[in-house]
Write a protein that binds this ligand. Structure first.
Ligand code: SF4
Length: 319
């Protein structure tokens, strides 16, 4: 479904996605890549399972990277046919391992259970045959839903190879658990300089994955831009619906391409002071609130107009 696929990719692009993967389960899907590529602006990766002919067709139809598991592509001849085609078209190959399907001999070798060491060995076992075919344009991906094992495996493999690493925490769950596990795992790895492309995997809307990924990168200081919202945790001084207001402000700021910090504070007593580091903010009072800039009170505003006043400020920020 070219139309639906393109629509989804464009929405993800608009949200900040910088590389996109699609499943290519049929020859028809492989052939659709040409048309999809014409309508999108970010690199397209084809996910290939089992059928080496689909990998070859995806490359011929202009895909930017293929993801294969050499182990399920079949005979050496078939793997060679895919590698030769990738070589001819300068298309990188992503190879990887998922802890859930770690080879039995590597489980046995490392104490009878899945280990970071076993995962790393399995990943390198998939890289070497492609190197032996004379190709080194590869990306390695290691997947484990055990966050700290995943981190350890990445640290180990980063010390052993210079190949780019595609990093993420797999099967991390729905919104809350997936975000927390991804933030912890990616946070440690990226802070150590490990990882070249990232994916936040959520059981949820892919747009949420992009939002989370961007926030993780910004929190680590690896990306700049976009409005950051800070809001207080509320306390006995709060007299307005601060949770509702903060959520509305979160939604509002998605629409602005400004690199500033916006504060949403619960009270006029401590709010302005606590929001000193924010460029602009609002603080709730009783029936009315304050508009604040860099901790200074700018004006009093009726409570029901706080959001509109903030929006007006953001609309005219650059002026
Ligand atoms: Fe409480 Fe005011 Fe601080 Fe919010 S800003 S936590 S309402 S004191």
């Amino acid at each position: 479904d070219v139309k639906a696929t393109v629509a989804q990719i464009l929405a993800l692009e608009a949200a900040g996605c910088e590389i996109i993967r699609v499943a290519v389960p049929t020859m028809e899907a492989a052939e659709a890549i040409t048309e999809i590529k014409k309508q999108i602006h970010i690199p397209l990766v084809a996910d290939i399972h089992f059928d080496y002919r689909l990998a070859i067709a995806a490359i011929e139809h202009g895909v930017d990277k293929i993801r294969i598991n050499p182990g399920n592509i079949g005979s050496v001849d078939r793997v060679k046919a895919v590698v030769d085609k990738a070589k001819a078209y300068h298309v990188p190959i992503r190879v990887g391992v998922n802890s859930g399907s770690l080879e039995k001999d590597l489980i046995a070798k490392y104490g009878g259970h899945v280990t970071a060491e076993g995962i790393v060995e399995s990943a390198l076992d998939k890289v070497h045959p492609i190197e032996d075919l004379g190709y080194d344009q590869m990306v390695i991906s290691i997947k484990s839903s055990d966050v700290m094992m995943c981190v350890k495996a990445h640290e180990l493999i980063a010390a052993k190879t210079d190949y780019p690493l595609h990093v993420g925490i797999t099967e991390s769950g729905t919104l809350i658990s997936g975000n927390i596990k991804s933030a912890v795992g990616l946070g440690i790895m990226l802070n150590e300089g490990v990882g070249h492309t990232i994916r936040v995997s959520l059981t949820g809307d892919p747009l949420e994955e992009i939002k989370s990924a961007k926030l993780i990168l910004k929190t680590l200081g690896l990306r700049k831009g976009g409005i950051e919202v800070v809001s207080c945790p509320t306390c006995g001084r709060t007299r307005i619906d601060l949770i509702g207001l903060a959520n509305k402000v979160e939604n509002l700021v998605q629409n602005y391409d400004l690199d500033i910090k916006v504060a949403v504070m619960g009270c006029v007593v401590n709010g302005p002071g606590e929001a000193r580091e924010a460029d602009i903010g609002v603080a709730g009072g009783i029936g009315e609130g304050l508009l604040i800039k860099k901790g200074e009170i700018v004006k009093k505003v009726p409570e029901d107009q706080l959001l509109a006043v903030l929006k007006d400020e953001l609309d005219h920020w650059n002026k």
